[in-house]
Design a protein around this ligand. Sequence first.
Ligand SMILES: Cc1cn([C@H]2C[C@H](O)[C@@H](COP(=O)(O)OP(=O)(O)OP(=O)(O)O)O2)c(=O)[nH]c1=O
Length: 188
Amino acid sequence: MRLILASQSPRRHELMTAAGYQFEVMLPSETAECGICSRESTPELVARLAYQKAIDVAGRVTGSATIIACDTVADIMGRVLGKPEDRRHAEEMLRLLSGRKHAVYSGLCVLEVPGGEPQVEVSKSELEMARLSEDQIESYLDSEAWCGKSGAFGYQDGHPWLQLISGTSENVVGLPVDVLQRLLGTAG
Ligand SMILES: Cc1cn([C@H]2C[C@H](O)[C@@H](COP(=O)(O)OP(=O)(O)OP(=O)(O)O)O2)c(=O)[nH]c1=O
């Protein structure tokens, strides 16, 4: 099976490789990841964005292939936290998450071209962040480890102040591998 990962995310590339998949990479265009709908729930948002990324890449694929696309956001009390725009934005997110539970949702879209029906699933993981001290916030912001990560943190960086309560860590880091295996029919 020819797999195409529609993602520029280094974490998704690593997770696909670790799961034993061989794949090509095609980048979704910036416009694939847009469109705000205020009545949309967080699961609906990640499902739609994953679908849009897959469709965007499908339009440029020649030959037959299976396209894999994802979108990941953090959600705290219904408020969506995407990738921070700058340090100030990252700080705002960290202060919001500090000392609280939150969820991370990933939408996954698997689409066979030509002619396949898109399969879209949403996975949820719950996490709890310990209350961060001012020093912890400053040094984390200085490290720039927040760049390009939804909610301004990287679970994969192994912070002792971040605990996984439910769901999988792969889902938090951007690719629910268990769901992908099931959709591709390669589980177990
Ligand atoms: C919550 C969390 C997210 N992330 C990353 C995964 C994604 O790269 C990013 C969420 O942004 P996305 O918009 O889902 O993905 P992306 O823009 O990085 O890549 P593409 O659209 O091309 O697929 O946040 C982590 O690396 N660790 C985490 O703990």
